[in-house]
Design a protein around this ligand. Structure first.
Ligand SMILES: CC(C)(COP(=O)(O)OP(=O)(O)OC[C@H]1O[C@@H](n2cnc3c(N)ncnc32)[C@H](O)[C@@H]1O)[C@@H](O)C(=O)NCCC(=O)NCCS
Ligand SMILES: Nc1ncnc2c1ncn2[C@@H]1O[C@H](COP(=O)(O)OP(=O)(O)OP(=O)(O)O)[C@@H](O)[C@H]1O
Length: 197
């Protein structure tokens, strides 16, 4: 079985993914795969990025400066659409290869896809799981642990479906408003439910 894990910015998708991994599931994270494309420094990809946004999106070593690129694309929907156009064909290919290899080997897998509904990835998965946490809880965690400002958080949220809508669309839900132990308890329950299907 391959699950698609989604939810709002900072709801705890990566925390969920690491517990699935601890339970022996294969895992992949769409954000992380995009970061790997940047780290690979493919010259044609880098020149597509600098062709659009100039050298300001590179760091001192010539790699991609995600913070700088994020500032540009999250403040202008047209620029975000252009980045999406550049990156999604690569992401789709990578996810297809990964999930295909899990299916061939009959392995269970969980894939974190923040924009699962926005980019219409539903049909790729046997079931979808929405992770939900109250806005103030998400914001506090993103500010404290990851250093995002309120304005940066709002900009990303404005580009995504509301977290309640993701919850309504999902086959399963995980509520991540309290401790990690409570989150992990819910994931274990979900895994046992899925095994009974
Ligand atoms: C703009 C980039 C360079 C900023 O990098 P940064 O390290 O600051 O953020 P990171 O990649 O870890 O993303 C964190 C979160 O931001 C939100 N986010 C990322 N991309 C998008 C987007 N296109 N639209 C809305 N929200 C987004 C998601 O909630 C995501 O989980 C990066 O987010 C990116 O390359 N985005 C485009 C690729 C994409 O759409 N990724 C989501 C895959 S489903
Ligand atoms: N139950 C929890 N208790 C305390 N902190 C938590 C809990 N769940 C997640 N966190 C922390 O909150 C922050 C956001 O969680 P995480 O990175 O898993 O969210 P995400 O949904 O993957 O974010 P993104 O939208 O960037 O992909 C992280 O710093 C994480 O360590």
């Amino acid at each position: 079985m391959i699950l698609g894990i989604t939810g709002a910015f900072g709801c705890g998708k990566s925390a969920v993914l690491s517990h699935f991994a601890a339970r022996g599931w294969q895992t992949a994270d769409a954000d992380q795969l995009c970061h790997e494309f940047y780290q690979e420094r493919d010259p044609s990809f880098l020149s597509a990025l600098t062709g659009r946004w100039g050298k300001q999106v590179l760091d001192a070593t010539g790699g991609v400066n995600r913070r700088a690129l994020g500032k540009i694309v999250f403040s202008d929907p047209g620029e975000l659409a252009e980045l999406t156009r550049l990156i999604y064909p690569r992401l789709g290919e990578k996810l297809r290869t990964l999930t295909g290899s899990w299916k061939e080997r009959e392995l269970n897998g969980a894939v974190e896809v923040p924009l699962l509904y926005e980019e219409r990835y539903e049909s790729w998965f046997d079931a979808t799981v929405a992770v939900w946490a109250a806005k103030e809880v998400r914001h506090a965690r993103l500010t404290a642990a990851r250093g995002f400002t309120a304005a940066e958080i709002r900009q990303r949220e404005d580009r995504q479906l509301a977290s309640d809508v993701k919850l309504e669309r999902a086959d399963y839900a995980l509520i991540n408003n309290s401790s990690r132990e409570e989150l992990e308890r819910q994931i274990d329950l979900l895994i046992s439910q899925l095994q009974l299907r």
